[in-house]
Design a binder for this molecule. Sequence first.
Ligand code: 4AD
Ligand code: MG
Length: 466
Amino acid sequence: MSGGPPPTIAEIYAKPPVNQVIQISGWVRTRRTTRAISFVELQDGSTLKSLQIVMSHQQIPRERIECELHTGAAITVQGLLRATPDRPQPFEIEAQAFSLHGAVDPETYPLQKKAHSLEFLREITHLRPRTRTFQAIFRIRSGVSFAIHQYLQSQGFVYVHTPILTPSDCEGAGQLFQVTTLPLAAVPKHPDGRVAYEKDFFGQPAYLTVSGQLEGELLAMGLTRIYTFGPTFRAEPSHTPRHLAEFWMIEPEMAFYDLTLTMDLAEDFLRYLIRYALEHFPEELTFLTERYEPRLIDELQTASSQPFMRLSYTEAIEILKKSGRAFQFPTEWGSDLQAEHERYLVEEYASGRPIIVYNYPQAIKAFYMRQNEDGKTVASFDVLFPRIGEVIGGSQREERYDRLLRRMEELGMPLLPYQAYLDTRRYGTAPHSGFGLGLERLLLFLTGMTNVRDVIPFFRAAGQMG
Ligand code: 4AD
Ligand code: MG
């Protein structure tokens, strides 16, 4: 092909080359054949819109059209783009010729024009990108990822790449995937039964990272404002619609930020991303609202235009106790907030407004969070969204060497993998804070989907690789 790539359908709609002969490529969405003419709807995933191709049987033999142009076939069409002001679509292509790149056997092709269930599409993730639903979702995912960089870069944040292979468990929750080159059938061991890790690839145990935070903190202690944006791995055994074993997390980390400044940043950041989606993806959001979640656009508008509600953990517990609701899980001070509690707080107590809950009990949070003066709570926060629950978890970090060391010892953590981390508390320590935003959780909120498996192209979850 000379003269550059063929235009996408989005480019044709943006600047229609009326009365010109053009080439256009894509996949057949539908075909309708009458006696003298066939109508082919072509799509290419660049926009929700499809392009209507009109094929006169005088120009192109009907037998060839009926044999080659089934839903899903890949073709390039050459034809005249003609304005059609009296039709539902603004223009169509009068085909002069077409070439077939890849045929489809309509007997075996799993996708038809009708809407398929999301469960069914999860079994054919390689073909999901042919559906308008997944084209819309993946375009929003792309645009929002770009907006994340745009927002943070515009605020002076440095994008850093933290390692995926790591010796330490950042969250201390033990949800690690171990990485090894030791032979599983005959793991070398010492006489006392301990694994001989000196024979392993790194000479020590290694894991896939559950968070880039620890390395992010080291970088923020020199670069002041940094963020990571990368894949994150958790051996999360539960089958829930909110958890993946491989997900993407954005982790900003800021020196000289306290908890309040960090909550302000998280709120402004989320509101920016929601506004970005509303401004840049109106067609996709309308489509997803009509097809999947009637409240979608309203919820996005509410979240982007009103300040989030802020409640301390202690206040949240009081509200849950006074609600008169019979929750399945306890609402005693000290117990973690479960999905049912989070949903009550956001959907009923705050009438759908996002909530930030802060100052959780130390016992239910990670070792690195800054200890409050009350001796019971830590300077932590979660952002809760309607329909989803937690989208962000963050905190001010414990920057005081003695306090941090004491906490790690209390928890019985091995100190060796954390030497560098502790070092930054000995050399020029400074107050600092950060948070982790789960991209798939945010995308559930932005797309109206209810399962994180539907907002990532190929999902990895316990017992399943889609
Ligand atoms: O609350 P989490 O565990 O916080 C951290 O990992 C901190 N190190 C972040 C930081 O302060 N830098 O996870 C952060 C977010 C959650 O709020 C959630 O949105 C998402 O990551 N998340 C998951 N998303 C999908 N599948 C999972 N298994 C997830 N676990 C956490
Ligand atoms: Mg969390």
